[in-house]
Write a protein that binds this ligand. Structure first.
Ligand code: XMP
Length: 513
């Protein structure tokens, strides 16, 4: 535990951005569900409170649970959107339904540049991002109006004596260009916190934690995929306990072209105690004849656990399992009121710790991928590993749409390798969040030479994203696409057509399955 800002989550899609911005400003923060009670937390570590946005109405039946005691603890507090309405509701103000929703860019008219608006000018107009229906129609006693938005809506209020502030807009999103100044005013001006959080803290506190909890005779295991998250986690734990960290790298037969050997070599070079287990035959046998995406994921998860369990049992006295779980992995499977609808079952090794009765070590549970990359840099890991694009746990299984066969995997691997080669050659690899090929469950007609062909279709997907939770399709140069398509059709036997995916997330997902 360390001193931090506690963010209570009322279900806004932006909550994690508040955490990220505070860390960018050098202050550690943690997110907890809004239902958490003050007496269940070590309050000595909580130095400020943020109430997030959320989709509900404060007085509606669907209002998420919240203990108003939180507002009586004397903590510097910032309410954001729903958080502002909740503060008004709990502290004696009034919230009313708006005549229309205010959504998107809105002008903020600053009337009193104090507290969180310190450094702004009275009368100044700035652009902010709004997303609300209800609004605070009467400020709670002791609060002053600091700014309004269109239609004289109260958009920022503050009670300097109690160090409580609230805004109706979202300072955490990039669409509020001066949002970071506002958060900074809250953290450093109002809550008087110091900038003391760096990636080094995660490194040191993880090493301390592992030193405290893993006994000198105990061993720790890690399922390494060669991806950024699990590799940085392994290097970090290796720093704490050396060769007592046993890494297992399972080749599930669903990796990209030449990937298993290349990744294994790189992991060895990092000084990790790692074993490569080739279980591809077992995975492909179990997947044979299966087309349903969720069934594929379940099978892969189950076989993985079997293989991993078997390998781990060869190691004596294993007590802990390291996982490179990131915040988006956690948030996609948890919501304010319990598990959200499963869009895809992401958790590749879900069930493993329970089955093996292991305790989990997840040093990056609160972090985003770019933060993990920064930690990797602090650990002096090579860019070649840190810059790798994400690759899903179920691998090519979710990129072979329809049935998975050796032949379709071969075609996909070849096509994907060509696409990546062209992407790298043009310097696009690092600019993209992900770029990959999929093979569709559609055959189409082509002409080659004098003959008619009826062959497979390859789809190309390249996206920009900050954290994988939203994504935009990338506008790749036409030449690059033309060369890729020509090469795939000419060089990969069995392909008669190449198509380009131009969908963003949402509503589409990044992977096709
Ligand atoms: P989607 O397809 O849901 O993916 O937009 C978001 C990010 O997660 C990766 N992904 C997965 N990662 N196991 C994983 O470890 C999975 O089952 C899985 N499915 C998707 C995807 O590549 C993207 O970066």
């Amino acid at each position: 535990m360390r001193q931090h800002v506690l963010i209570l989550d009322f279900g806004s899609q932006f909550t994690q951005l508040i955490a990220r911005r505070t860390r960018e400003l050098g202050v550690y923060s943690e997110i907890k569900p809004c239902s958490v009670k003050p007496d269940s937390i070590d309050l000595r570590e909580v130095k400020a409170l943020v109430l997030s946005g959320g989709p509900a109405c404060v007085s509606g039946e669907d209002a998420p649970p919240f203990d108003p005691q939180w507002l009586q603890l004397g903590l510097p507090t910032l309410g954001v959107c729903y958080g502002m309405q909740l503060m008004a509701h709990c502290l004696g103000g009034k919230v009313s339904p708006g005549t229309s929703r205010e959504f998107g860019h809105a002008p903020l008219h600053i009337s009193e540049p104090s507290g969180i608006l310190n450094g702004f000018q009275a009368g100044e107009k700035i652009s902010v991002w709004m997303s609300h229906g209800d609004f605070v129609s009467q400020l709670p006693p002791g609060f002053r109006l600091l700014a309004t938005s269109s239609g004289e809506i109260s958009a920022a209020m503050g009670n300097p004596e109690k160090r409580m502030y609230a805004v109706q807009f979202h300072p955490e999103v990039v669409h509020t260009p001066r949002g970071k100044e506002i958060l900074s005013n809250f953290l450093f001006g109002v809550a008087r916190l110091s900038r003391d959080w760096t990636g080094e803290d995660v490194i040191q506190s993880t090493i301390d934690y592992v030193g405290r909890t893993v006994g000198p005779e105990q061993n720790v295991i890690c399922a390494l995929s060669g991806g950024v998250d699990s590799t940085v986690a392994a290097v970090l734990i290796n720093k704490a306990i050396g060769q007592r960290l046993h890494c297992i790298f399972v080749d599930n037969g669903l990796l990209r072209k030449n990937e298993a050997q290349q990744v294994f070599k790189r992991l060895k070079e990092l000084g990790l105690n790692v074993k490569l287990v080739d279980a591809s035959a077992q995975f492909l046998k179990e997947l044979s004849g299966v087309s349903d995406p969720e069934k594929k994921r379940k099978i892969i998860g189950r076989v993985f656990i079997d293989v991993f369990d078997q390998e781990a049992h060869r190691i004596p006295n294993v007590t802990h399992l390291v996982q490179g779980t990131l915040y988006p992995d956690v948030i996609e499977s948890v919501s304010v009121r319990g598990p959200s609808a499963t869009i895809k079952s992401h958790h590749n090794v879900g069930g493993l710790p329970e089955r093996m009765k292991l305790k989990l070590i997840e040093p990056f549970r609160e972090l985003f991928k770019d933060e993990v990359r920064r930690i990797g840099r602090d650990l002096k890991m090579p860019e070649e590993i840190l810059g790798r694009q994400p690759f899903p746990g179920p691998g090519l299984a979710v990129r072979v749409l329809g049935e998975i066969t050796e032949e379709r995997l071969r075609i996909l691997r070849e096509a994907d390798a060509i696409f990546l080669e062209e992407i790298r050659a043009e310097g696009w690899y690092e600019k993209l969040w992900q770029s990959f090929a999929v093979i569709l469950p559609v055959k189409s007609v082509g002409v080659m030479g004098d003959g008619r062909t009826y062959d497979q279709t390859i789809g190309l997907r390249a996206v920009h994203s900050e954290d994988g939770m939203t994504a935009d399709w990338a506008y790749l140069p036409q030449d690059l696409l033309r060369r890729t398509s020509n090469r795939i059709i000419n060089e990969v036997k069995g392909v008669s057509r190449v198509v380009l995916d131009i969908s963003s997330k949402p509503p589409s997902t990044i992977e096709w399955e």
